[in-house]
Design a protein around this ligand. Structure first.
Ligand code: ZN
Length: 496
C-alpha cells in the first residue's frame, strides 16, 4: 500500500505550524524538561499521520486530506476530540482495524512517540540517556498509567476537555500539585529567611552579581567587577542602569534612570578586562589564569525588587546587610551539606566533573569551573539541596501514607523536574534579561559559555522561583492526561 506521505505532504503549512509552536510555552511538553533535539509536535503529528494512512485515489480527496493534516498539526487542536478521533479512526482503518505498534528506539524528548500515542498507536519508546528516560516516563508513561481523568458526578460528558476549565478530576495532577506545594512550603519554612523582604513589603526577586578579578597593574590592584554591560532595564519606557564610579580607589555603583553614558559597554569583552580605577587592561589568558588560580571572586552589586502592589520592578544597590544574609546562608549550607552527606552517603551538591572542555559548547572549565556544583553560588546550592531534600521527603511521606511505590515515584518524578527547572533558572550562568527584567535560563544558548555578571533568583518568591517553574510542569501534565484512553505506554530505560 502506498502511503500518503510517499506522494504528498503539506510541507510549507506544517513547517509554519511547527515554527509557531516554538512560542507556545504553557502546556507544551518542552516545559517539562529541556531537551536539545525535541521535534515539534506539529511536524511529528502530521508526518506520523501521513505515514500511516494510504494515498488517496482522486485529487479531490488529496486536497481534503492535505487540509485535514494542516488542521490536525495545529497546537490548538492537540486535544480536539473531533479531529483526533477521526485521525485515530483513519489510522486504525488503514491497518485493518488492528492498533498499530510504533517503536521509537531513540525517543529523546518524546515528541514522536507522544504523537503516535495521540493517533491511537500502541507506542514503545526507548532511551539510553537517563535524563531523556525520565522525560519520557513523565511525558508518556505516567500520564497514561495514572493520569486517568475521572469524570465528576453529575457533570456533562467531557473526556476531551483540555487545559483550563476542565470538568474532570485528575488524581495524578492533583497529587503532583499538592506535593509540589508541600515541597515549596517546607523549603520556605527552612530557608525563606535567606531572602528577606524589604521594610515596605517589597520582595527581592533577584540579586545581580558580578565576578571579580584583581587589577594586575602593580601600582593599582583594585578589584575589577566584570560586567558585560550595565543595563538593568532597557525598555521603551523604562531605562535603568548601573553607573560605575570610583571612590577611594574602589569601583562603586549607583542606580540611574535614563543614563547619560553608554551602559552597553561593560568592563569585560572576550575575557579582556578593563580596570575602571587605573584604566589598564588584563588580557584574556591572564583573566582565565586568575580564575583557575582561585584569585577571582564575586560581588553582589544590586537587588531587584518587586512590590506585590506595584507593577514595575525597582532596583537598589546591594548593602552590607544583603551580604550578611548571604554569608549566613553560606554558613547554613556548610552544616546542611555535611548533615545530608552523612545521611545520603553522597555529596548533595553535585560533585561529578563537567564533561571535557568544549564538549557541547561547555567552555567554563577554562575558568576553573570543573564540577557541576561549581555552577552555583552558595545560596543557590543551599536552595537546590533543600528542594532536593524535600522531594525525597515527599516520597518518603507518600510511602508512609500507604501509597504504592511506583505511584509515589511517578508523583515525585514531576517534583524532580521542578527542581531541574529551578536549577536552570538559578545558576551562576543565568544572565539578567534587561528587556523582560528577569533571569534567563542557563541553557539559553544550548552551551555553557562563561557568564561574568549573573542574576540569582529568589527561589521562594521570585518571578522565576519554584511556583512559576512548577506551574509549567502542571500545565504540561494537564494536557497529557486526556490521552489516557489508549493502552499504556512502556518506556524502556537502562536503569531497570
Ligand atoms: Zn587598576
Amino acid at each position: 500500500m502506498k502511503r500518503f506521505i510517499e506522494q504528498s505532504f503539506p510541507v510549507k503549512e506544517v513547517s509554519e505550524e511547527s515554527a509557531r509552536e516554538k512560542n507556545i510555552r504553557h502546556g507544551h511538553i518542552s516545559t517539562l524538561h529541556i531537551w536539545w533535539a525535541r521535534r515539534p509536535l506539529a511536524s511529528s503529528r502530521a508526518t506520523a499521520y501521513a505515514a500511516l494512512i494510504p494515498a488517496p485515489d482522486d485529487t479531490e480527496e488529496w486536497d481534503m486530506r492535505r487540509q485535514f493534516i494542516i488542521n490536525l498539526s495545529k497546537w490548538e487542536n492537540s486535544l480536539n476530540p473531533v479531529l483526533i478521533e477521526k485521525a485515530r479512526r483513519d489510522v486504525l482503518e488503514a491497518n485493518g482495524g488492528e492498533p498499530l505498534k510504533v517503536l521509537d528506539p531513540f525517543a529523546g524528548g518524546g515528541a514522536i512517540p507522544l504523537e503516535a500515542l495521540r493517533l491511537g498507536c500502541e507506542t514503545y519508546a526507548g532511551e539510553y540517556n537517563p535524563v531523556a528516560a525520565l522525560i519520557l516516563k513523565c511525558t508518556l508513561e505516567y500520564p497514561q498509567k495514572y493520569g486517568a481523568v475521572i469524570k465528576e458526578e453529575g457533570k456533562e460528558e467531557g473526556k476531551w476537555k483540555d487545559e483550563r476549565g476542565s470538568m474532570s478530576k485528575n488524581p495524578l495532577l492533583d497529587d503532583v500539585k499538592e506535593r509540589g506545594n508541600w515541597v515549596l512550603a517546607e523549603t520556605k519554612k527552612e530557608i525563606g529567611r535567606f531572602y528577606p523582604e524589604e521594610d515596605d513589603g517589597s520582595i527581592p526577586v533577584g540579586y545581580i552579581w558580578a565576578r571579580t578579578i584583581p587589577c594586575q597593574n602593580p601600582s593599582c590592584g583594585a578589584e575589577i567587577p566584570l560586567m558585560r554591560q550595565f543595563w538593568l532595564a532597557k525598555k521603551e519606557n523604562k531605562k535603568v542602569a548601573l553607573k560605575p564610579f570610583v571612590s577611594n580607589g574602589k569601583v562603586e555603583f549607583e542606580i540611574v534612570k535614563n543614563p547619560d553614558f553608554e551602559p552597553a559597554k561593560g568592563t569585560v569583552k572576550g575575557a579582556i578586562a578593563t580596570c575602571l580605577v587605573c584604566g589598564s587592561t588584563v588580557d584574556a589568558n591572564t583573566t582565565r589564569k586568575l580564575f583557575r588560580e582561585g584569585k577571582a571572586s564575586q560581588r553582589m552589586i544590586a537587588v531587584v525588587l518587586h512590590h506585590p502592589k506595584r507593577k514595575s520592578k525597582t532596583y537598589r544597590i546591594a548593602t552590607d546587610d544583603d551580604l550578611a544574609v548571604f554569608k549566613e546562608a553560606e554558613k547554613y549550607l556548610k552544616d546542611k551539606r555535611a548533615k545530608l552527606m552523612e545521611e545520603w552517603g553522597i555529596d548533595p551538591v553535585p560533585d561529578e566533573p563537567l564533561p571535557p572542555k568544549e564538549t557541547l559548547g561547555f567552555r567554563v572549565q577554562r575558568y576553573g569551573i570543573l564540577k557541576w556544583g561549581d555552577l552555583f553560588n552558595s545560596r543557590q546550592k543551599l536552595a537546590l539541596i533543600t528542594f532536593t531534600e524535600k522531594v525525597r521527603l515527599a516520597y518518603k511521606k507518600m510511602i508512609e501514607e500507604g501509597y504504592d511505590e511506583d505511584y509515589a515515584k511517578a508523583v515525585v518524578s514531576y517534583l524532580g523536574l521542578g527542581v531541574s527547572r529551578v536549577a536552570d533558572r538559578n545558576s551562576s550562568l543565568s544572565v539578567w534579561n534587561n528587556i523582560a527584567e528577569k533571569q534567563e535560563h542557563t541553557f539559553g544558548r544550548q552551551a555553557l559559555p562563561m557568564v561574568w555578571d549573573y542574576a540569582e533568583t529568589n527561589v521562594i518568591r521570585g518571578v522565576q522561583g519554584w511556583e512559576k517553574q512548577f506551574s509549567y510542569i502542571l500545565s504540561a501534565l494537564q494536557n497529557l492526561s486526556p490521552l489516557t484512553q489508549i493502552s499504556p505506554v512502556e518506556v524502556e530505560d537502562n536503569e531497570r
